[in-house]
Design a binder for this molecule. Sequence first.
Ligand code: ACO
Length: 322
Amino acid sequence: MIYSRILGTGSYLPERILTNADLEKTLDTSDAWIVERTGIRSRHILADHESATTMAYDASIRALEAAGRSFSDIDLIIAATSTPENVFPGVSCLLQKRFDIGGCPAFDLNASACAGFVYGLGIADQFIRNGSVKTALVLGTEVMSRVMDWTDRTTCILFGDGAGAVVLGADSKPGVISTHLHADGRFADVLYLETSMARREGDAPKKPGLQMSGNSLFRQAVTILGDLFDETLSAGGVDRSAIDWLIPHQANVRIIQAMARKLQLPLERVVMTLETQGNTSSASIPLALDTAIRDGRIQRGETLLLEGFGGGLAWGSALIQY
Ligand code: ACO
């Protein structure tokens, strides 16, 4: 049997920090409201000269260093992003250009927003298991600050910029035990980000930026993720007591707390970065993973449960022996 294993992780956060106090100056909001309803205190905002690709590059370099691999070892690049600088070529191909490598498959994964990284992990795992790829670079990178309506207090307070990357390698031992991917387009209106290519009906003006029915999404997320945990644990043949770490998508502290309760996992065993990073969409899971690996919380051999959900709606999980 061939399995995929996490060889190394890396991440990148832009230097500029935007606090809730900064937002209070331009919006009818307060630090107290944002912290109580979301758990977020600050987020990183990229500089003018940065993009999804520059952040992905910095995160990937760190992941490759941690994995002891070089550019030429990469057989597959999957970049999860909803905020690339081009429709094409994608971040994945722009990375190949920066790495000065060519030939291996490289593609962006855009459809699943905040679930993009777990989708990428699931796809790369299949490539490795079937023997066609030995080393895969899977990353999430987002410039959410550039798609926000900064006058909309219901959305712009939530998001931040950043990138996280993982190098996966083929191994005879697991590794990635299982991945579980789902979507339900019937909830497409709950969370969306229109492009300039959208069909125009009548004279209705286009709403700028990301649009979200926060309340409805909140309720959906709690139900969907509860079912996803049951499915993941049952497929992996493991009891919830076997989970050492939950690495959730960082959307809202209340959703994360509900998930920890579902797993009967103490909050100390849940990696939370949203307080200082906000919701970085597809980057949030690899950013959290890299943070907890680098600060020594996550140790080799431990069992990790990763979960993500976002626009689509799309959601997914990965059960991993690190
Ligand atoms: N500051 C102050 N008041 C605010 C703010 C703000 N920033 N935003 C909204 N309010 C007000 C509302 O206008 C409303 O006022 P009203 O009662 O007078 O009408 C009140 O606060 C309550 O609003 P709700 O929307 O009911 O607040 P809720 O507790 O649901 O919190 C939130 C909103 C934080 C968005 C929450 O619903 C949430 O986190 N939802 C899930 C979001 C999510 O999971 N996103 C992940 C996917 S992201 C992706 O895929 C890209």
